[in-house]
Design a protein around this ligand. Structure first.
Ligand code: ADP
Ligand code: MG
Length: 660
C-alpha cells in the first residue's frame, strides 16, 4: 500500500473545467468526488446509432428521433394566464410538434435551423406531437461522445446541461479509469468483468447487453459491502459483548402461563425454546421473530420479557404507533402487574401531559422491575433506563436499523427481539436481516374463523353496506378503512373523511360508528379504542393506523375503500385485524373498475391468505421500499442492486464473504 492519496477521492472542483458554480450543481446530485462521478448511474440509455423516422412515430410509444427546427414560437392567452412554447421538427419523412406548457422561457434555448434530438412519447399523431420531450441540440456531426453510439442519459439538476455532464464523465473516465481498483482482490469473481471494465461499460456500452453486465458487477460490489458490514457488526458483537445472563428461573413465567387463559401453540413453544437458548448464552440475543398476523407474537414477547425480568433486568418494548403501544400497555398491565412488575408508558402524548407527570414518566424504574412500553419516544435522550436487559421491537418493518441500534445503545449490549408479520423473502433475509437469527411462528392458534376476501366495484357499495348491517345486527363489529386521511395528510383529506363519516353515520344508524386516525390526540384515540373493545362502538372508520397489531376478536368485518392505493402486504396486514375470533370473517376490497391492472394485483388477496406468497408478489411489484417502509437503511444505499430481483447476486456475495 502506498501513501499516495487515492486519485478517486479528488474533489470534483479540481477537475479541469469544473468551476465553482458547476461544482455546486454537482454537489446537489451528491457528486463530490471523481469516484462519485464514475458511479453516477445513467437513468437510461439512448441508442443514437438509429433514429426513429418522424413518419413512423407511434402513439404513446417512447422513441428517439432527430430533425431540424423549421418553425418556433410562444403563444400566450388571457392576460398571459397561460402559454405554450412550440417548435416544429422536420426530418425529411414528416413533421413533429414539440410543446412545452407554461414554460415560455424555453424559447431562448432553441433557434430555427437547430439539429435536435428528441426523446418522448407522442401524445397525438394528427399532427404528430410530443409534449414536454427531452431534447438535446447536436452541435457537431462527428461528435464521438453524444452521437453514433449508445449514449447514457444521466440524472441531472436544474441548470446542468446533459451534454456538459456527459462530457465531464467521459473525460473523467479517460483520465481516471486506470485508477479504478478491485475493491476486494481476495475474492475471485468468476464470470464477472473487472470493476474498471464495468464502470467503463456503464458509461460507454458498446452493445445493449453491456448495460446489464455493468449493472450486475456494480450491484455485486454493493451486496458484498452489505455482507461485510453485517459480518463486521456480528463479529464486533461477538468480540466485545458479554451477554447478561437472562434465561430466568420461571418464577414469573409459570404463574403467567397458568393465568393467560390459553395454552401456547407448538410453534410458540418451539420459538420460546430458541429464545431461551439465546438468552442463556454467552452472547446477546439478536433474533427476528416472524409470524403471520394473529399468530400470537405478543405472548411470546411477554414470556421473553419475563425471562429478563426474572433475571433482575428491565425491558423496553417499542411499537410504531400510539394505538398499538397503548394496546400493549393494557395487555402487559393485566399480565405483569399482578406479578409485581411495573409497566410504564412513554409515547408522544404521554410526554406532553404535565411536567410533573413527565418527570415521573422519565425517571428510571421506580419499582425495582419495569417494562417500558413506548413509541419512537423511547429513542429520545431523556429515556435512560437502568439495567436494560432486553429490547423488543414490535412491527420491526416500521423502523430502521439505525433506530434499532439507538435503542440498543441505551443498555450495555442488551438482548434484542424484533418482531414482524411481514414474511421475509430470501433476498431480504440474506441482506437486511442477515445479522439476525430468525425464528418463525408457522401456525396460528386453533379455533380461529377463516377470513374470506372479496373484490368489489364502488357501485356495489350499497349492497356491501347492507351486508355489514346484517353482521352488526348479529352482534359483530367491523372496520371501514378509508385511505384519504393518512398521518400528516392535508386538511383536504380531513374534510373528505369527515364528510364520509357523516354519510356513514346515517347509513349505519342506529349502530355507533367512530373515527380513528393518526392525527387524533392520544387520549382521544384511547377513548375510542376502549369503547370499541367494550363494543360500545360497533364500527370504526379508520385510516391505515389500524394496520398494525390491533386485536379485537369480535370485529369480523372489514371494508377497505380505494384498495388499489395500498400495497399487497399492507392490505394483508390490514385484514389481519379480523379473523381473530372463532367466527368466520369477511374482508371486502373496493377498487375502481377502471384500474384493471390494480384489480389483477388485488386478486392475489382473494386467492390466498399465505402471507409469504403475498409478500413475494409485493416485492416483485413494488420493490423492497414499499414492503419494508422507506426507513430501512441499506435499501436506500443500493444504487445498482435490486433486492427484488438479484437473489443470485446476493447469494454469490454471501458465499464470497462467508468463505473468506
Ligand atoms: P400477532 O402475532 O399478530 O401480534 P397477537 O399476539 O396480537 O398476534 O395475538 C392474537 C390473538 O391471539 C390475541 O388475542 C392473543 O391473546 C391470542 N392468542 C395468542 N396465542 C394464543 C394461543 N396459543 N391460543 C389462543 N389464543 C392465542
Ligand atoms: Mg402484534
Amino acid at each position: 500500500m502506498s501513501n499516495q492519496p487515492n486519485p478517486l477521492l479528488t474533489p470534483v472542483g479540481e477537475i479541469r473545467g469544473v468551476g465553482r458554480e458547476r461544482a455546486a450543481q454537482l454537489l446537489r446530485l451528491e457528486l463530490r468526488t471523481v469516484g462519485d462521478l464514475l458511479v453516477h448511474r445513467p437513468r437510461r440509455y439512448e441508442d443514437r446509432r438509429h433514429f426513429q423516422e418522424i413518419s413512423k412515430l407511434q402513439l404513446n410509444e417512447p422513441a428517439l428521433t432527430r430533425g431540424k427546427i423549421i418553425a418556433a414560437g410562444v403563444k400566450y392567452w388571457k392576460q398571459r394566464s397561460g402559454s405554450v412554447y412550440e417548435f416544429i421538427l422536420e426530418d425529411g419523412t414528416g413533421r413533429l410538434h414539440c410543446r412545452w406548457w407554461n414554460l415560455p422561457f424555453m424559447e431562448k434555448y432553441f433557434k430555427i435551423g437547430d439539429d435536435v434530438l428528441v426523446f418522448g412519447k407522442p401524445n397525438s399523431l394528427r399532427p404528430r406531437t410530443i409534449d414536454h420531450p427531452e431534447t438535446e441540440i447536436v452541435e457537431t456531426m462527428e461528435d464521438a461522445i453524444h452521437l453514433n453510439r449508445i449514449v447514457p442519459v444521466y440524472p441531472s439538476t436544474e441548470g446542468l446541461p446533459q451534454r456538459w455532464l456527459r462530457s465531464l464523465i467521459w473525460r473523467t473516465l479517460d483520465e481516471y479509469e486506470k485508477h479504478i481498483a478491485e475493491p476486494h482482490p481476495e475474492f475471485s469473481l468468476k464470470d464477472q468483468p473487472t470493476r474498471a471494465n464495468a464502470i467503463h461499460m456503464l458509461h460507454r456500452p458498446e452493445e445493449k447487453a453491456d448495460e446489464e453486465l455493468a449493472r450486475r458487477r456494480l450491484a455485486l460490489d454493493e451486496f458484498i459491502e452489505m455482507q461485510l458490514a453485517m459480518r463486521r457488526r456480528r463479529m464486533n458483537l461477538e468480540k466485545n459483548a458479554a451477554a447478561l445472563p437472562s434465561a430466568g428461573d420461571n418464577h414469573f413465567i409459570k404463574p403467567f402461563l397458568t393465568k393467560v387463559g390459553f395454552t401456547l401453540t407448538a410453534a410458540q413453544t418451539k420459538v420460546l425454546k430458541e429464545i431461551r437458548h439465546d438468552m442463556a448464552g454467552p452472547k446477546p440475543m439478536r433474533r427476528l421473530l416472524q409470524g403471520d398476523v394473529g399468530s400470537g407474537k405478543t405472548v411470546v414477547a411477554a414470556c421473553t420479557a419475563l425471562m429478563a425480568l426474572e433475571s433482575g433486568l428491565n425491558v423496553a418494548l417499542m411499537a410504531p404507533t400510539e394505538i398499538l403501544a397503548e394496546q400493549h400497555v393494557q395487555n402487559f398491565r393485566r399480565w405483569l402487574e399482578p406479578l409485581g412488575i411495573a409497566v410504564e408508558v412513554l409515547t408522544g402524548s404521554t410526554k406532553t401531559v404535565t411536567p410533573a407527570q413527565k418527570s415521573l414518566l422519565l425517571t428510571p424504574a421506580r419499582s425495582p422491575l419495569t417494562l417500558f412500553v413506548g413509541t419512537h419516544a423511547l429513542l429520545e435522550g431523556s429515556f435512560a433506563p437502568e439495567k436494560l436487559g432486553l429490547v423488543i421491537i414490535d412491527e420491526q418493518h416500521k423502523f430502521g436499523v439505525a433506530q434499532r441500534e439507538t435503542l440498543l445503545r441505551k443498555g450495555s449490549y442488551p438482548h434484542l427481539l424484533v418482531m414482524t408479520a411481514t414474511p421475509i423473502p430470501r433476498t431480504l433475509g440474506l441482506t437486511l436481516y442477515g445479522d439476525l437469527d430468525i425464528s418463525v411462528i408457522d401456525e396460528s392458534p386453533t379455533g380461529r374463523g377463516k377470513i374470506k376476501t372479496y373484490l368489489r366495484d364502488p357501485e356495489s357499495l350499497p349492497k356491501v353496506w347492507a351486508f355489514i348491517r346484517e353482521k352488526l345486527a348479529k352482534g359483530r363489529q367491523g372496520y371501514i378503512v378509508y385511505s384519504r386521511l393518512e398521518e400528516g395528510d392535508s386538511a383536504a383529506g380531513l374534510k373528505a373523511v369527515t364528510k364520509e363519516f357523516e354519510e356513514l353515520k346515517k347509513v349505519f344508524a342506529p349502530y355507533t360508528i367512530a373515527l380513528l386516525h393518526g392525527r387524533m390526540k392520544g387520549a382521544e384515540k384511547d377513548a375510542v379504542m376502549t369503547q370499541f373493545r367494550a363494543n360500545q362502538i360497533q364500527l370504526l372508520l379508520a385510516t391505515s393506523v389500524v394496520e398494525v397489531g390491533l386485536d379485537v376478536p369480535n370485529a369480523t368485518i372489514m371494508l377497505i375503500e380505494n384498495a388499489e392505493q395500498f400495497g399487497l402486504a399492507q392490505l394483508h396486514q390490514l385484514r389481519g385485524r379480523i379473523g381473530r375470533g372463532a367466527e368466520e370473517s369477511q374482508c371486502i376490497l373496493i377498487a375502481k373498475a377502471k384500474t384493471a391492472d390494480a384489480k389483477e394485483r388485488l386478486k392475489v388477496l382473494t386467492e390466498t391468505t399465505d402471507g409469504f406468497r403475498i409478500a413475494e408478489a409485493d416485492l416483485k411489484l413494488r420493490g423492497p421500499g414499499e414492503l419494508l417502509g422507506q426507513e430501512q437503511s441499506g435499501v436506500a444505499a443500493l444504487k445498482f442492486g435490486n433486492l427484488a430481483e438479484d437473489l443470485a447476486l446476493v447469494e454469490q456475495a454471501r458465499e464470497l464473504v462467508k468463505g473468506k
